[in-house]
Design a protein around this ligand. Structure first.
Ligand code: KIV
Ligand code: ZN
Length: 521
């Protein structure tokens, strides 16, 4: 194995992933995800788009200050104002990077309405400017895979001469296919003067379900940076999934002799955290991180697995951070056992937090015969330490439901420490519970997403509920778990309202994300 086969992992969960409508994360959540990425050995973290809003700027700056290992990168359109703002945010990092881009395809050239020559000049000026600020500059010709090959070569050469150190080739609309992806990278590296002095990166979108295949094909052709997101989070069909690329090269090292710096045992934990904070659940049959990815339910499979796991498993669950046995504890399990099980699942905690989680674990174990790993993950999801979540709290809830409409709910909420009670009717128990919350805490927020998942099998399974609310363009997501679906729903609803309240206060009543990377720079 030589260094020439080392592939850099560039994670853009917090920029391209967070841009997908509805995936907005809070400041604290962005810091948490960045720290998990840093710990797991991602090489470059694209932490946000600093010019987009005060919130993005603050998140990128703080992530830059906190990062221990990874290079911290910010996105900037091809203008001095974006680039300066980006530098202001990333300059605090031990290893900062500016990523600047412009759409180079015929369609994208129309956005800023520039001729080919004018665009070439703009690229020269902006990359030079970025390079004067920072030694580490990435340049991307957006929609590269639909850009005329000759023009693409011309602008990449300009960017390299102006000082770009990484050239990223985005398949912005998920249009390419593996053979074409490989061919493009191979030809660019072969034909552009100076190409050997920079790192070529691949950035694929999954519109045709080929993002991972396209990225790996690009690596085989010479790309040495893969841009990706956890769970493939991203606009439309998403971006290349980090876990797929990393596990593909680890598992098929025989035919893809590449290495990454990622500690794969951290994959499951970060996948769950990203799913929770983004509100984008992972589909059960998703490669690597789906709930069923390592489940062997059919009789024949189970028999074969017992004889030899390799019969049906190409990867070991432990390699992605799943424990070999999922059945954990019951009501007789002690605090030390809980601490060690949670650590195995990626949750390290202090004594006070453990005390609180232990009480909740005992309550759950009283209601549920068997407590599985997934139950503990759901419990942890609920164990918020965010002070914002304290304002409204569900203290008591009783619903009357059945075949006879309307259903009704009695609720007691603690509002800033004071109990308030209301009764309301609704179209079903969840609607009645939400109406009762609204009677106590009137608001104009609109329900954008209501999602229920059973954590494990069985009628005593916990339900995890995700609720996303929107008001004046400000979004907030709440999640909660309980063996009672209506209770979980009410708790998730209240958490979303708490977070919305704090976000609206911070943003002065409006979402300050004023520009998108799709606006002409
Ligand atoms: O998909 C894309 O083209 C992008 C660029 C900003 C790199 O995300
Ligand atoms: Zn993208």
């Amino acid at each position: 194995m030589t260094d020439a086969n080392r592939v850099l992992i560039f994670d853009t969960t917090l920029r391209d992933g967070e841009q997908s409508p509805g995936a907005t994360m809070s400041h604290a959540e962005k810091l948490e995800i960045a720290s998990l990425l840093d710990e797991m050995g991602v090489d470059i973290i694209e932490a946000g788009f600093p010019i987009a809003s005060e919130g993005d700027f603050a998140a990128v700056s703080e992530i830059a200050r906190a990062a221990q290992n990874a290079t911290i990168c910010g996105l900037a359109r091809a203008n001095f104002k974006d680039i300066d703002r980006c530098w202001e945010a990333v300059k605090h990092a031990k290893s900062p990077r500016i990523h600047t881009f412009i759409g180079t395809s015929p369609l994208h050239r129309q956005i800023p309405n520039l001729t080919q020559d004018e665009m070439a000049d703009r690229i020269h000026e902006t990359v030079t400017h970025a390079r004067n600020l920072c030694d580490n500059v990435q340049w991307s010709p957006m929609d590269a895979t639909r850009t005329e090959f000759d023009y693409l070569c011309r602008v990449i050469e300009i960017a390299i001469k102006a000082g770009a150190t990484t050239i990223n080739i985005p398949d912005t609309v998920g249009y390419t296919a593996p053979r074409e992806s490989a061919e493009l990278i191979r030809r660019l590296i072969a034909e552009i003067p100076g190409a050997g002095d920079v790192v070529f990166a691949t950035h694929c979108h999954n519109d045709l379900g080929m993002a991972t295949a396209n990225s790996l094909a690009a690596v085989e052709a010479g790309a040495r940076q893969v841009e990706c997101t956890i769970n493939g989070l991203g606009e439309r069909a998403g971006n290349t999934a980090l876990e797929e690329v990393v596990m593909a090269v680890k598992t098929r090292h025989d035919i893809m002799p590449f290495t990454t710096g990622v500690d794969t045992t951290k994959i499951m934990h970060i996948s769950r955290r990203v799913a929770t904070v983004s509100g984008f659940a992972v589909q059960p049959n998703k490669a690597i991180v789906g709930k069923n990815a390592f489940a062997h339910e059919s009789g024949i499979h189970q028999d074969g697995m017992l004889k030899n796991p390799e019969n049906f498993e190409i990867m070991r669950p432990e390699d992605v951070g799943l424990s070999a046995t999922n059945l954990v504890m019951g009501k007789h399990s002690g605090r030390a056992a809980l601490r060690s099980k949670l650590a195995e699942l990626g949750y390290e905690m202090g004594d006070n937090q453990l005390k609180d989680v232990f009480v909740r674990f005992k309550e759950l174990a009283d209601r549920k015969k068997e407590v599985f790993d997934d139950d503990l993950v759901a419990l942890m999801r609920d164990a918020s330490t965010d002070p914002a979540d304290e304002y409204l709290k569900v203290k008591f809830l009783r619903v009357v439901c059945g075949t006879q409409a309307p259903q009704s709910a009695d609720i007691t909420l603690t509002v800033a420490g004071e109990d308030q009670q209301a009764t309301a009717q609704g179209d079903g128990p969840v609607d009645a519970a939400f109406n009762a919350v609204k009677a106590i805490y009137p608001h104009n927020a609109r329900l954008q997403l209501y999602q229920v998942h059973a954590v494990t099998e069985g009628t005593d399974a916990q339900a995890t509920v995700t609720v996303r609310m929107e008001e004046d363009g400000v979004l907030a997501t709440g999640e909660a778990a309980d063996t009672d679906t209506v209770v979980a729903s009410a708790k998730a609803y209240v958490t979303a309202l708490n977070r919305l309240r704090v976000r609206k206060e911070k943003l002065g009543g409006k979402d300050t994300r004023e520009v998108s990377y799709k606006d002409a720079g």
